[in-house]
Design a binder for this molecule. Structure first.
Ligand code: SAM
Length: 237
């Protein structure tokens, strides 16, 4: 199986997370809304690419049990420490360092829900993004809900990048107020239909939503796919 993403991106995360100075104390506001509107029923959640862990901590407070996966080892240790400090009950979360191949370690249909926010673009190209989405779908239970967000072509990050292929961009520079010099290869879908087309037959794409914060000179537009895994025997048409 091919690599999930190129090592340029992984090296850049290592630089970005060499200190935790950009940690934030709040979950993604869109997740706060979508938890109510799309996930709805507490259960076992995979937070793939959990970053600084605020979304994971938020979901545990809402009664979910959350498994956080990260490709950056420092973040795994950091989130573990934060969960201890914030006294998140040990039986409500677990953390795992992912590998850079395209496999998610868990068995098929392990999770009631899956979230992956701001990870897809980092996989570098459409082939890796498709394999990744297939893996996320595989570990989701029938009837389970999934949220997958990714950068919109108008996002400032994409606008500052150079197009190097079909739905593929290269970013070299600094992120907002951060000092670290970064280099990423990004997968950016051309439009919502292309994004929806990544999801396998086993899933309903309920909606491709958008969120868009524009302030401080930054356009933070993202697509967010709201997905339900089909129940066996349901009309697959
Ligand atoms: C933009 S951050 C988003 C973090 C978090 N999901 C949030 O919404 O705040 C992307 C995160 O995905 C992680 N990541 C990127 N590729 C990954 C992969 N293949 N497996 C697991 N984590 C990955 C990065 O290390 C980074 O922490």
């Amino acid at each position: 199986m091919s690599k999930i993403q190129n090592t340029t991106n992984i090296d850049s995360y290592n630089d970005l997370y060499s200190t935790m100075e950009h940690d934030h104390e709040y979950p993604n506001i869109n997740l706060v809304r979508l938890e109510k509107w799309h996930l709805k029923t507490p259960g076992y959640v995979l937070d793939h690419g959990c970053g600084y862990g605020e979304n994971l901590i938020f979901l545990t407070k809402k009664g979910y049990k959350v498994h956080g996966v990260e490709i950056n080892e420092k973040l795994v240790k950091w989130v573990e420490l934060k969960c201890k400090i914030k006294q998140v009950p040990l039986n409500q979360y677990s953390l795992e360092l992912s590998t850079s191949d395209n496999k998610i370690a868990q068995d098929d249909e392990t999770f009631d829900h899956v979230i992956s926010l701001g990870v897809l673009e980092m996989l570098g190209d459409k082939g890796a993004a498709t394999q990744y989405v297939n893996e996320l779908s595989r570990v989701l239970k029938p009837g389970g809900k999934m949220l997958v967000s990714t950068l919109h072509p108008e996002n400032s990050f994409v606008v500052q990048s150079s197009q190097i292929g079909s739905e593929q961009f290269s970013f070299s520079g600094k992120e907002m107020d951060k000092e670290t010099q970064l280099k990423y290869e990004l997968y950016i879908p051309n439009n919502s239909d292309s994004f929806a087309g990544l999801f396998p037959e086993s899933c309903y794409v309920d909606e491709i939503g958008l969120w868009n914060n524009v302030y401080c000179g930054v356009n933070g537009k993202h697509y967010c796919a709201l997905i339900t895994k089909k129940i066996t025997g349901e009309n697959n048409g």
